[in-house]
Structure formats: structure tokens, C-alpha cells
Design a protein around this ligand. Sequence first.
Ligand SMILES: Cc1cc2nc3c(=O)[nH]c(=O)nc-3n(C[C@H](O)[C@H](O)[C@H](O)COP(=O)(O)OP(=O)(O)OC[C@H]3O[C@@H](n4cnc5c(N)ncnc54)[C@H](O)[C@@H]3O)c2cc1C
Length: 350
Amino acid sequence: MTSAPLVAVVGAGPAGLAAVRRLRASRGVRVVLVVPGGLSEYLPGTLAVATGDARAARYRTRVQLAGVEVVSDRAEAVEPGALGTAGSWRRVDAVIAAPGLALHAVGSATSRSIVGFWDPTGAEAVAPRIGAVERGVVDVVISSLPYRCPPAPYGLAMRLARRARRLGLPLHVRLLTPEQHPLAVLGRTLGDALVAGCEDAGVEVRLGTLVDPDALAEGKVPAPDNGPDAADLTIVVPQHHASPLVADLADANSPLVPVDARFATEMAGVFVVGDAAASPTPGRRIPPHGRGRSPRRQCCPSSAHPSSAWRAPMRRRRPRRTASSTTARAPTGASRSPTPAGHHRKGGPP
Ligand SMILES: Cc1cc2nc3c(=O)[nH]c(=O)nc-3n(C[C@H](O)[C@H](O)[C@H](O)COP(=O)(O)OP(=O)(O)OC[C@H]3O[C@@H](n4cnc5c(N)ncnc54)[C@H](O)[C@@H]3O)c2cc1C
């Protein structure tokens, strides 16, 4: 008797949860959901948390889904037919990866005038510093494109300006973006509405402002602070990069993974959905695994990845190659390390 095919879904954001929902509706498929800590975080809560109007816990929930095995861990590597978690490989028939996008670090714990975040957990860590600025200039800086939810930085700037106005604080809020026109890919209407909303709230919008994301990572504030209008606090929407899990499948000049109309990637049996995927291209042919960029591939966090948060766990939790359990097995080509060197971030456009 053959058992039902096993599909691993990685990530419990909207895309991963939607995938699980669809899979549960189909008969004869077993589903395992892999998500760090077993928790799902609702990203649109970021702004309310940043302005001190809510706690991050309000936007976090434990994932429990009838008929779905939830693995409270981070997926560390994927290859055709296998997913690496918690130091071991799990044999799967397909992987649907929905890890979203990852964020570059901004500044350091000691940099006082610059903060970076783009999720509720990150927002909570810096909310007291944002709330403490009661006069002067606050900059909201979009460090690079693309980033999650293009209107949201404008919304954050408007929230800050309205709060200052409500409290009677002498605070000037500026929004700095590299775009010549906000959300240009969506046409002019939405961008014009955002700029008008900012003007109404008293936010100064500085279009076409390029900043050096690497300098931001070191805690150096962008150019406008070198003068009389230096910001008292710079809030950075960090540079986004591909999730290390799928970075090797991403395009060279973008953090997004190319997919076809079925969300298939070039790796056999591996699909990418949600923010991590480029817009599916109808009719696009993704080179099938084995005839693509490399003859055999494996995707995993790079040992050379700039974020140490990804480096440390991989050193500690190296997927073992065991054949003894029903879920763990030696990955095909088992002599390869699960942390091959040279899987660098692809980087997005400036
Ligand atoms: C500030 C802000 C405001 C927003 N506001 C709106 C809005 O008003 N309306 C709207 O439609 N959209 C909004 N968005 C965008 C929306 O939240 C995203 O488009 C959406 O969350 C993307 O869903 P996703 O499932 O692809 O990725 P995510 O929501 O990022 O979820 C990724 C999931 O994968 C998990 N994960 C990551 N790596 C691994 C790994 N290696 N192993 C296991 N799990 C992993 C994460 O823990 C998470 O559960 C906003 C986003 C932000 C940041």
C-alpha cells in the first residue's frame, strides 16, 4: 500500500497558510507546516506597534490546524525530495516555500539615532525610542527597492506626523524614498494619493533620495543629516533580501524567485509562493532541475550570509545524514555539506 504524498509548506504567513488551506481541501495529501516557534506574525500590525499603539503579541498567534503536522522550527535547506530542519532531513514529495523576504540589519544595538525594522517584533524593540522623540526631525527612509508593502512607509510617516500634531509636539516628519514617483509600477493614481495624504498630515516627501544601504547597516545616517536639517531619529525600512532558504533560486538582480504559472521553480518539486516569489509569468518556462543553472542544486542559508542570525543556527544545527528514521534520510549526494560556500544573497535593485 502506498502512503499519501507528503507536502511540506514552509512559513505561516498569508501565503503559507493559504497553501495549507488549499492542500487540506484536496484529498489524499499529507501536509506538514514548518514555521519557527510555531508562530504566525501578522505584518500589517507593524505600524501600530511602532507608534506604541499596540503590542507585537497582538499580531502573533500560535498555529494549530486540524490534520496538519506543525513543526516548530526553521527550514534550513531544501533540495528535490527533501527538506532540512532541526539538523535532519525529512523526505517529502514536494515543498511549497513561503518564507517571505528577509531583512538586512540596520545600525547596531548602540546606534541611538537610527533604527530599522519592518515587522511587529522589530517594531516593538524600537517603539520606546520612537516614542521618546518629542521635537526636531524624524526621517522615515526607504533604503532600497523592492520592500514589503510599498504604501506602508508613507502610512508610518503619516501616523507619526498625526500623532505629533495631536500631542502638540514640534516634530517635523520627512519621508525619503529612492523612487522618483511613489509606487510608479502601479501607475500615478496611488502614488499621487500617498503624496497628497502626506502633505495633508504635514509629512515632507523627498523623492529620488538614494541612500547607501551598507552605510545604514553600519549605523550611518543618510546624507540629509549632514546639514542644518539633520534628523534626530532615522527610521529605516531595511533593505530586503531573499530568504536564505531560497536565495539560490532567486534572480541575480532581485531577491525574488522566478516561478512559472504553477509557482514551480527550477528545482524539481519545489514551489515558491507569496512575497518570496516574482509575479508568476504565464507561459514562462523555468529551466527544469538538472538543465538549469547548475546540474544539481541545494538551497540553504549561506555560511557567507551577511546576517549572523542565519549563520549561527546553521553551525549549530547541521542536518544529519541518517537513514534510520522514517522521516530523516541522507540527502541525495550525501557527501555534500548542507552549508555550501558561495550561496550569496543576490541583492535587489538600489
Ligand atoms: C509594515 C507592513 C505593512 C503591511 N500592510 C499590508 C496591508 O495593509 N495589506 C496587505 O495586503 N499587505 C500588507 N503588507 C504585506 C503583507 O504583510 C505581505 O505581503 C505578506 O505578509 C506576505 O506573505 P508571505 O506569506 O509571503 O510572507 P510573510 O508574511 O513574510 O511570512 C513568511 C513566513 O515564513 C516564515 N519563515 C521564514 N523563513 C522561514 C524558514 N527558513 N523556515 C520556516 N519558516 C520560515 C516566517 O516566520 C513567516 O511565518 C504589509 C507588510 C508590512 C511589512
